[in-house]
Design a protein. Structure first.
Length: 185
């Protein structure tokens, strides 16, 4: 796959992973990849070929994906993304963060991004997405460096239901003042 298609890769990878386990989620991952690909200006022939293939795949997936309608399917994908996010967050807060936890956070951020094809995601979901991507990078770096990941932000001090970690930029600053990066996967 050429450089032009790299931004689509996370969505296509998730679609491949979910193809058998959850065809509806796989369908919307492919759909999001196609929509993102269509927005690329001055597409190469290779990119146009990929988009054509995606259209064919989407058409053939429709029957098996049990599509209900935009509103219902948006809630379905959102709940799916939130389940993965919550599982990663529970593991992280219990001190059991590892490479798998980092990947779960990363994957949840990708699934949250997929929601943009339905409507612009809410501020809360955007905060969760940023937190998941940041935490994935933070944990991934620690694992690569052979050290324990730093604990997640303490939510008990914020006095909000979600601890405030998802409602702004109160998270994500590492000891060097930078935000975390992405995780390959």
């Amino acid at each position: 796959m050429g450089d032009m298609a790299k931004p689509l890769l996370p969505f296509l990878q998730r679609a491949d992973e979910m193809a058998k386990a959850d065809p509806k989620v796989a369908y919307y991952c492919r759909m999001h990849a196609m929509e993102e690909g269509i927005r690329i200006p001055n597409r190469s022939d290779e990119m146009n070929e990929l988009l054509g293939l995606l259209m064919e795949q989407l058409e053939s997936m429709k029957g098996g994906a049990a599509l209900a309608g935009a509103e219902e399917d948006e809630l379905y994908v959102e709940n799916f993304a939130l389940k993965i996010f919550a599982k990663a967050d529970r593991l992280d807060r219990s001190g059991k963060s590892d490479a798998k936890t980092a990947k779960m956070f990363y994957v949840s951020s990708v699934f949250i991004e997929v929601l943009n094809q339905f409507n612009e995601i809410s501020e809360d979901m955007g905060s969760k997405q940023r937190y998941a991507a940041w935490r994935a990078g933070e944990i991934s770096r620690a694992v690569k460096e052979g050290r324990l990941p730093p604990p997640p932000p303490d939510t008990s001090e914020a006095g909000q239901d979600d601890g405030g970690i998802f409602s702004g930029d109160g998270f994500g600053s590492g000891s060097d003042g930078t935000r975390g990066g992405g995780v390959d996967g």
